[in-house]
Design a binder for this molecule. Structure first.
Ligand SMILES: *[C@@H]1O[C@H](CO)[C@@H](O)[C@H](O)[C@H]1NC(C)=O
Ligand SMILES: *[C@@H]1O[C@H](CO)[C@@H](O)[C@H](O)[C@H]1NC(C)=O
Ligand SMILES: *[C@@H]1O[C@H](CO)[C@@H](O)[C@H](O)[C@H]1NC(C)=O
Ligand SMILES: [Zn+2]
Length: 526
């Protein structure tokens, strides 16, 4: 009580005075000690490992969300709610287990999103540029596909009777989601219109088509990518006057029409805007296809809140549909445009995308329980994004370092890129950033080397996990280990010997007594 009152008083004083650099209470060693003791007490509860069966498994994939991006997004999230930001906790920060993931592709030290997606979805490392095929397949060579297909955890879950879903802010046939259902030697073969004639003649199929043909009826599909589903010269439903959004298919097929026909008597709905999405009651929907843009969804900062749902809103609807299956579900969620922001050198977009994915993680946490849901948050790879420069506590994450360069006597932003489109010389010298609006949404942070697209980074990325057997994701691991853990925890896919069937639903052979009590209490209450 006394502590709370002091805290509130402290906050009032803090609000009322000229803002000190950090809260007064931080001068008290007791503040730090009590905080650490609370954390320690919490950590000690983890000695009782959660060995339940993961009825539900969820993977949140932040495309390009390296560790510097996570830290900067955390500071941004705090600053958006009026705090300094450094002390803020992202939702993913609250997960009890963290590991590092080694992201290299079989043929690349610095990987791409296709080979990495094959690793964390299919459990097999692969060549860059390829999805759902092993490293025996060669990029863009159709004739190396057959016999080298590898299946994903989404398929293992579907085969086990679970409902499955894909939610992304990119095209639904972009690199990340496509490794969940497609086997393709070229991630850019979105529709048959994107494929060389030779590949089509040899029998290779485009990724959009594989979305609907490989795994019978993925229960929930949400994202962008309409134009790859319709025949050439079909105007887009939302932008009929904009020719660049015409359909791209050469085979004349209307994949959306075929899907809706197939769904006639199956409580399946197709929507292409936010209003129609929210007109649905998830308890009456068993299948959902939501394609909200011809290509990728807009950046969260530029989203038209009338027509396009946020990632959080899509995740909310997806879980409400999927969780109706008593055998549980697998959901892949991609914050896909963190990567695009970075490639453009536009850190503000990248970080707002990461914050939005974190909000989606919070929403998923409210709709599920750690007793029966394993949630994993990770990235496919990092970027050459950095922030530094001895900035003071609470400095705007998009702000300037407090010092000038001692070489060219000019200011510099804390955020910088190793390479990218932000490289800029003015009159033969580095631009003076004080003369431009470096907090603008589309500001491109300075880069050391000029490149039209900033590149991926090669360092490890984090894996955060909570729920049943989350502790198996610890230490420094190869990226392809991730789906093996998730499948083991859910008793799907290979090595199920530790699972035994008990009145229809699988369970683990070793359930700690404490958990058994907790579980039965939960059963009594439900
Ligand atoms: C596979 O296709 C490539 C061209 O994409 C060709 O060079 C190669 O000879 C073909 N290999 C076989 C075994 O047919
Ligand atoms: C787009 O479709 C319209 C209507 O069918 C057609 O007139 C136009 O030529 C198409 N444009 C492109 C670039 O395909
Ligand atoms: C950079 O721009 C600011 C704002 O216009 C100006 O005050 C400062 O003198 C400039 N510094 C250099 C080194 O040109
Ligand atoms: Zn990328």
């Amino acid at each position: 009580m006394k502590v709370a009152a002091l805290f509130i008083l402290g906050c009032l004083v803090w609000e009322g005075m000229a803002k000190p650099e950090f809260p007064e209470q931080e001068k008290d060693p007791g503040f730090w000690k009590e905080w650490a003791q609370r954390t320690l007490k919490n950590a000690l509860t983890l000695q009782d490992l959660n060995k339940n069966v993961a009825k539900n498994i969820i993977l949140f994939l932040g495309d390009g969300m390296g560790v510097p991006t996570v830290t900067a997004a955390r500071i941004l999230k705090g600053q958006l709610s009026g705090q300094n930001g450094e002390e803020t906790q992202l939702e993913m920060d609250k997960f009890p287990y963290v590991a590092l993931s080694k992201t290299y592709n079989t043929n690349a030290q610095v990987p791409d999103s296709a080979g990495t997606a094959t690793a964390y979805l299919c459990g097999v490392k692969a060549n860059e540029g390829t999805v759902g095929v092993s490293a025996a397949a060669v990029k863009s060579q159709c004739n190396t596909t057959r016999g080298n297909e590898v299946t994903s955890i989404l398929k293992w879950a579907k085969d086990a009777g679970k409902s499955v879903g894909i939610v992304t802010t990119t095209r639904v046939n972009h690199a990340t989601p496509s490794a969940a259902y497609a086997h393709c030697v070229d991630r850019d073969w979105y529709s048959d219109g994107d494929m060389p004639a030779e590949a089509l003649q040899s029998g290779c199929k485009d990724i959009a088509r594989q979305l609907f043909e490989n795994i019978p009826d993925i229960d929930v599909i949400m994202g962008g990518g309409r134009r790859n589903m319709y025949p050439r010269n079909t105007p887009d439903v939302e932008y009929p006057g904009d020719k660049k959004h015409n359909g791209t298919r050469k085979d004349g097929r209307n994949l959306v029409g075929e899907w809706t026909d197939r769904m006639k008597d199956k409580r399946g709905y197709y929507v292409w805007n936010r209003k129609d999405l929210f007109s649905l009651n998830p308890s009456n929907v068993d299948y959902l296809l939501g394609l909200f843009e011809p290509a990728d969804l807009p950046y969260e900062l530029e989203r038209n809140k009338e027509t396009d749902p946020s990632l959080t809103e899509m995740v909310d609807v997806a879980i409400k549909i999927l969780r109706k299956n008593e055998r549980g579900f697998y959901l892949l969620v991609e914050g896909g445009r963190i990567d695009h922001g970075h490639h453009d050198g536009k850190a503000k977009h990248a970080l707002h995308e990461a914050v939005e994915m974190d909000r989606a993680i919070t929403r998923a946490g409210l709709l599920t329980s750690i007793y029966d849901t394993l949630t994993v948050v990770t990235a496919d790879h990092s970027h050459v994004f950095s922030f530094g420069g001895y900035t003071h506590r609470g400095n705007s994450i998009f702000g300037l370092a407090p010092i000038m360069s001692d070489i060219d006597q000019k200011p510099f932003t804390s955020i910088l890129y190793g390479n990218g489109p932000g490289f800029k010389f003015v009159n033969g010298a580095r631009e003076n950033v004080s003369t431009v609006d470096y907090e603008h949404n589309n500001y491109q942070a300075q880069a050391a080397v000029p490149l039209s697209m900033e590149t991926h980074g090669g360092e490890d990325v984090a894996i955060f996990s909570k729920g049943p057997l989350a502790h198996l994701l610890h230490g420094v691991q190869e990226q392809h280990y991730i789906p093996h853990v998730m499948a083991y925890a859910a008793c799907i896919g290979q090595n199920k010997n530790h699972c035994h069937t008990n009145s229809g639903s699988p369970s683990l052979s070793h359930i700690s007594p404490t958990l058994a009590v907790l579980l039965s209490v939960k059963w009594l209450l439900c």
